[in-house]
Design a protein around this ligand. Sequence first.
Ligand SMILES: C[S@@+](CC[C@H](N)C(=O)[O-])C[C@H]1O[C@@H](n2cnc3c(N)ncnc32)[C@H](O)[C@@H]1O
Length: 225
Amino acid sequence: MPLRSVRDRGVPRDAVHHPLFARCYARFSVGAETRMGMARVRERLLAGLSGRVIEVGAGNGLNFSHYPGTVCEVVAIEPERVLRQLAVEAALRARVPVDVAPGAAEALPVKSEAFDAAVVSLVLCSVRDVPRALAELRRVLRPGGQVRFFEHGRGGGRVMTFTQRALDRTLWPPLSGGCHLSREPVAALREAGFALGPYRRVMMPENGPALPSSYCALGTAWRPS
Ligand SMILES: C[S@@+](CC[C@H](N)C(=O)[O-])C[C@H]1O[C@@H](n2cnc3c(N)ncnc32)[C@H](O)[C@@H]1O
């Protein structure tokens, strides 16, 4: 399906500026599709979706090829210029129409109640203001609409959670594009007024040693009708 347009809707073009991280992520993430089983996770994340979908923090567009044909349109918001350009290229290869646009999760450049579903994968760890980003997701979803999420966060025992918090206060956010390890995305969704479920805990990678970024949740949350 052709990419229809890349539009600047009056939001700052570089709400997020992490060019070095963006280049590293673009390389690493493609390998992780097979090496870490991310392609399978993306397939599960998006299975059964239909109608109009907004994907927030689309990165280099690795979800795009996994949208089922029942999705009639994806609006993919990506604030980082390098990743957004790669997302535009990925959109050209997608089998559903994908419209890539600049913007930030905290101020989505779209109308209220315009989407049947919203997708966030590995994004809530990086946004500056999680409650505001989730309030925006609620705003743009129609009543009864769903959020599909795949997010990492706090997990493991005391040593691991201590390590996650220590890394969050020091090296991790500047090295990884503003990512945080000890956030609690499921609790944040609940606090934002979404109804949870179903969702499950996933280790990523599934096998091998647990990393501070391994503790993931994959599932669905609903905007109450
Ligand atoms: C780890 S990457 C994940 C990319 C993609 N969702 C995926 O599954 O591969 C984190 C993404 O969140 C984006 N991001 C960071 N801050 C954001 C914000 N405030 N609003 C929207 N996206 C943001 C980054 O630019 C990046 O594309």
